[in-house]
Design a protein around this ligand. Structure first.
Ligand code: FAD
Length: 447
């Protein structure tokens, strides 16, 4: 069997590894447009800030891995078209075209950057590749200020990275709050306050009109005024890269990703897809969603690679859990925010609580805020948001399991946890206390 994989980052390499584990004899080739394969895009902000000392450290799979796993990796090679009938892939390497035969194919083409259509934004820096990261680092050396356009996770991580390099930072977000895909406005307010305390200027409800390049700096004209900065960075989102799939006639889903079934088979037999280019299903609503996270990319890559090699695996529905570290603040989410849930037609009830991570008298005890959102009809947990300074990740992981386990507010309130002053509190904020606040709200509404 000859298995072809298009794209060799998180999903592609995961598919190749799984295919090899399922079929020790298959011929497996990977084509990748970039010069470097299978590195951590998630680590890029940390290489820019300098916490990770070299961009090369982000490469997760060294060349020896491909040799060991007998994977034919072709770098700087772009797949141009797929002939589904003849099972042929046309690729281009150094201006020359070549045909590669396959029996099964995995599309792991990721996403394309999205730029706002404002004049001058084509000159802005973006962050997606190691080359982008190095370009931003070089430009930052010659800059003393930066404007980041876009207040999602990547914009926020860029703001922190460049602030750590000593630049004066302004962040512009079109919507009335930062992290709109991750937090409700009440939680976003807490995060914004913390970032402002660390000298990041945040302008919400502000749209970019145009950017005018001047001698050294740029003049950035917004709907709410204008400002000057040496460096302009766009962090305005991504869209699934489905060009190849579309031109081959594969079905595209309603969210814009490649349509796949739970085994990640596309609408055409023997063609699989994984990673950011596909459409998955949301665990709570069952509706199609994009999942633009490394976690979904590696899992879906494994599923597609296993199936392409004749094994059997299915992709679970997703909660799009995410976490980020912004200076000392950790912010995490799982499931739906209250506003997302309401938009999906659910009636919700939420509880928000602030507390401590350890006994308040114990040195080093940190503040933590948690918001839990329940479906009012059955009181099952549908979402959690946490902002704190330690152990946010494992709290989010626990709550993600609680959602998938169908747990209700009463289950969470009765949860048995452990306690000792240097490590925890007897009542856990993100579990008991947030649930108790919801139960109190319900009682008050009845009275
Ligand atoms: C700055 C940044 C920070 C992030 N932080 C996090 C984080 O903290 N946690 C998290 O879970 N996720 C994070 N992510 C998201 C995560 O990196 C992505 O979800 C993940 O890389 C997606 O993997 P993928 O393989 O689907 O797509 P990609 O990583 O986009 O890989 C697709 C590959 O396909 C190649 N390709 C596309 N078309 C062709 C073609 N025609 N021919 C040949 N090759 C082709 C591309 O060159 C690319 O290398 C971050 C992303 C960025 C940019």
């Amino acid at each position: 069997v000859r298995i072809g994989i298009i794209g060799c980052n998180a999903a592609g390499i995961s598919a190749a590894s799984a295919a090899r584990k399922n079929d020790r004899k298959a011929e497996i080739f990977l084509v990748e447009s970039e010069e470097v394969a299978a590195y951590s895009r998630c680590g890029l902000p940390h290489a820019i800030s300098g916490e990770v000392t070299d961009f090369a450290n982000l490469i997760v799979f060294p060349r020896s891995y491909y040799k060991l796993m007998r994977l034919d990796l072709r770098l700087r090679t772009t797949a141009k078209s797929i002939d589904l009938k003849e099972k042929r892939l046309v690729v281009e390497y150094e201006g020359k075209e070549e045909c590669l035969q396959f029996d099964r194919l995995v599309l792991a083409t990721g996403s394309n950057l999205f730029s706002p259509p404002a004049r001058g934004m084509e000159l802005a820096y973006h962050l997606r590749t190691i080359a982008d990261g190095k370009g931003i680092c070089a430009a930052a050396e010659a800059s003393s200020s930066a404007v980041i356009v876009g207040g999602g996770l990547i914009g926020l991580e860029m703001a922190v990275a460049l602030r750590q390099k000593g630049l004066k930072i302004s962040l512009v977000e079109m919507l009335p709050q930062i992290a709109p895909n991750m937090l409700d406005s009440d939680m976003a307010q807490i995060l914004q306050g913390r970032l402002e305390q660390r000298d990041i200027e945040i302008l919400t409800g502000s749209t970019i009109q145009y950017v005018q390049r001047e001698a050294k700096s740029s003049n950035i004209v917004l709907s709410t005024g204008s400002m000057k900065a040496d460096l302009v960075i766009a962090a305005t989102g991504i869209r699934p890269n489905t060009e190849l799939a579309r031109s081959a006639g594969l079905r595209i889903g309603e969210s814009g990703g490649i349509w796949v079934n739970p085994r990640l088979q596309t609408s055409v037999e023997d063609i699989y897809a994984a990673g950011e280019c596909v459409e998955l299903l949301n665990f709570i609503t069952g509706r199609p969603v994009l999942s633009q996270f490394g976690t979904s990319a590696v899992r879906s890559g494994r599923v597609a690679g296993t199936n392409a090699a004749g094994g059997y695996a299915t992709m679970p529905r997703v909660l799009n859990s995410a976490v980020s570290k912004l200076f000392e603040t950790q912010v995490g989410v799982t499931g739906l925010t209250e506003s997302q849930a309401e938009k999906q037609g659910l009636t919700t009830i939420s509880g928000i609580m602030g507390g401590k991570t350890k006994a308040p008298y114990y040195p080093g005890s940190k503040n933590i805020f948690a918001k839990l959102t329940f479906n009012r009809e059955n009181m099952k947990l549908v979402g959690a948001q946490i902002i704190g300074e330690e152990e946010v990740t494992q709290r989010i992981n626990m709550l993600s399991m609680a959602i998938k386990g169908g747990m209700t507010v009463w289950d969470l309130e009765l949860a048995e946890t452990c306690y000792t002053p240097p490590l925890a509190e007897p009542w856990e904020v993100s579990l008991h206390e947030a649930s108790q606040s919801v139960l109190a709200k319900m009682k008050n509404r009845k009275n």
